[in-house]
Design a protein around this ligand. Structure first.
Ligand code: CMP
Length: 140
């Protein structure tokens, strides 16, 4: 399987509860390398642009407000099949449906406050990585 990169976000519910290190340990235990990482505070406008694909959904406003409510940690994860592997480590979007041992099963509070985001495909991974990082900031 090819080496891929994927965009990960540790969301406000998790940064607020000081879970960044525990979540990063899950990625590293799964063989994902954190090749870029920064803690930032999103504006409503930035959150809205990042989640533009969901703008017709009823939860869009709530999602943007949540993402701008506290700092987030944005990161690039690298590894074999990193996109699918990260989604496996994260678990299902709704923590009630997430498998044992996944980040969302252990830490997520609800479908909205679900601790982490991960890109869902190679095209979105490339777009989402370039939304937050320049090539110079990614060191594999
Ligand atoms: P994420 O992987 O970041 O992609 C879109 C996000 O929308 C998703 O995780 C959830 O946090 C959020 N989301 C999805 N469904 C709902 C919902 N029914 N109510 C609130 N937020 C949702």
């Amino acid at each position: 399987m090819a080496i891929e990169r994927t965009l990960s976000i540790i969301k406000p519910d998790a940064t607020k509860r000081n879970l960044t290190g525990k979540i990063n340990a899950k990625f590293e235990e799964a063989g994902l390398r954190i090749v870029a990482q920064k803690r930032i505070q999103l504006t409503m406008d930035q959150a809205g642009k990042f989640y533009e694909v969901h703008k017709e959904r009823p939860f869009y406003g709530e999602l943007c407000e949540f993402m701008a409510s506290e700092p987030v940690v944005v990161q690039v994860l690298e590894g074999e099949g990193a996109i699918a592997k990260n989604r496996e480590v994260m678990g299902a979007t709704n923590p009630a449906e997430a498998d044992e041992g996944t980040i969302r099963k252990e830490y997520a509070l609800s479908v909205g406050e679900n601790s982490v985001h991960g890109s869902d495909a190679p095209e979105t991974a490339a777009e989402e990585i370039s939304f937050f990082f320049s090539g110079l900031e990614i060191v594999g």
